[in-house]
Structures are given as structure tokens and as C-alpha cells.
Design a protein around this ligand. Sequence first.
Ligand code: ADP
Ligand code: MG
Length: 343
Amino acid sequence: MGEFDLIRRFFTRPTPRAVLGVGDDCALLQSAPGMQTAISTDMLVAGRHFFADTDPQALGHKALAVNLSDLAACGARPLAFTLALALPEANEAWLAPFAQGLLALADAQGCELIGGDTTRGPLTICITVLGEVPAQGRTALATSSALLRSGAQAGDDIYVSGTLGDAALALRALQGTLLLPPEALAAARARLERPEPRVALGLALRGVASACADVSDGLLGDLGHILERSGLGAEVDLDRVLPLLAARAHFAEGVAQFDQRYGIATAQQCVLAGGDDYELVFCAAPAQRAAVAQASAHSATPVTRIGQMQAAPGLRLVDGQGRSVAPQFASFDHFSAPKGQPA
Ligand code: ADP
Ligand code: MG
């Protein structure tokens, strides 16, 4: 199967929303009046971001999901994407399920495949997504309704969507550094391999959230981006965050059994710094609590209030009573202090 056969068979589809899709030197999109285009690229490299023998259908899903997650974080509506593929060989038994997983999510999110590039090389998937956000003017950032990392105010509530840390837990189990019971592993593995981008929540949060980011590298790191871009610090309630590790509830005797078996440090590390969650972390003024609840209900996406933005720089962990908590895992210092200051 040659390059063009491969593109025709697996990656050429009708693109009713694009003026021109796959087949020419460029694709063409008609920009809508009053809209800004949101653009983001993410690359997945075998051996670095996924195991080379990962189920290709799940991989197709995830490759697009991680990109859609960036659009979600901006509150952008997905429009189209391009797909650059490096493949060691043209293996149909791999390509067919990969395309199926990819295009099923594309259809579900109304995001059209409009072009790409295909070459021989170590398995690498690079996707660029295009989305749109309403804007009054064409140039000023101030007129954009995109959610940014930079808009948070001191006193804003901090929220996170869905669950956290299960993907990181599954990764440890798959790498063999931790043994999970089959049921807990299956649930955690689904979070690692089939993340659901929070596009509907991102859209619902436009005009409600003051700042937003997606959680791809771990909650503290990604919340850290909001702190840095907003020039603020934050307090995060560990008693509200730890229960977001869904795997803990899978144990017959509950949370205590999980913590006893794996150590509280493992739970903390997965939840706070695990990565691969593809949830949204966002801020909103306390006056917006009802609006946040409405956005959550409207998008059928659970959200949990986990802390508060503060003027003092740095990230502090507290318990439910507001008492400072010493984190149990070693790399916490990496997150706790603003850059250039001692922890
Ligand atoms: P060029 O050489 O001009 O870059 P190509 O010959 O590489 O174009 O690609 C031919 C057409 O197929 C282009 O429209 C390109 O966007 C599209 N294409 C190539 N690879 C892919 C892919 N993996 N998925 C979707 N479209 C692709
Ligand atoms: Mg080319």
C-alpha cells in the first residue's frame, strides 16, 4: 500500500464544514464572522508518550483527545484537525483500528480531518486542532471570549473537573512498579487510554471562569501555569483533592485499604502530580458558584471546588480545617514555591 492509497483509504472523508479537505496542497476553511480561531498542536511519540503496543483504536482516540483537551481549556468549539503521521510500516491491521478510534471521536465532537502528512519513521502522531471562540473585534485579546490561564483574581475559587490521578496509577501498574487488583486496573487503565476531553464543560464555562487550563502534566503543575500567568498564589485543600482518585473507591474495604496498601504518598503523588488526566482546572469568582454548578450540570461533567486563589505567591496545601499540610511526596518542592525563590 503506497502513501496515497493509505491516505485515501484511511484518512479521506467528506468534510461538509471545510471548504476543501484532503487532496490538495492546502485545506481551506471559511472563517466565520465574529469568531477567532484557536489553534493547538500535540505530538505523541511511541516509547515516550505511549507504549508501542498500545491498542491502536485507543491510541487513535487519545491522540485526538489530548488535542481537543487544549481546545476545551480555551473554551473553543472544535472545527477541524490535521494529522501528521510517522509510521514504521503501512500495516493495515494497525491503521484500520487507529483510524476508527480517531475518527469516532472526531465525529462525536464535530471535528473534521482536513489534511496532514504521512511519512515512514518511528511511530509518531502529531495533530493540530482548530477551534473557534466568539470575539467582538478581530484583533484585541480583550474582546475574545477564550478562557485563558491569565485571568484569575485573588479570592477566586479553584475547581477541577472529573477525577484525577487514575491515569498515573494505571501507568505505574503497567510499568510493573505497583500491583492493582484487576477491577481497579481496568478502570484506571480506561482513564489512561481513553481520556474524554472536557469540551462541553469548556464551552459552558465561557463568561463564567476567570482562568482555565487542562490538566495534562499533573494538577499542581498545570494550576501552577495559572498562578504564574495570573501573578497569584493559591491554597489547595488536600481533603477535597485526594478523594478524586477514583481507584481508591475500588477497594473492598475502601479508601483506607488503598492508602494502607500503597501509602498515602502514592495517592498524593498520583492526584497532585500524576499527569495524563485531561481534566480542566479553572478559577471563578465566588459570586459565580451557581453559574459554575449550572455549567457542570449543563455539560454533565462533575466539578469539585478544591481551593482558593490568593495574592501571596506560591502554592500551599491545607486540610479541610485550613491547617497547613506537609506533602508526603518528594518532588512537591518543585511546585510549592514561585520560580527563583526557595521552597
Ligand atoms: P504535500 O506533498 O503537498 O505536502 P502530500 O502529498 O503529503 O501533500 O499529501 C496529499 C494530501 O493528503 C494533502 O491534502 C494532505 O493534507 C493529505 N494528507 C497526507 N497525510 C495525511 C494524513 N495522515 N491524514 C489526512 N490527510 C493527509
Ligand atoms: Mg507531504
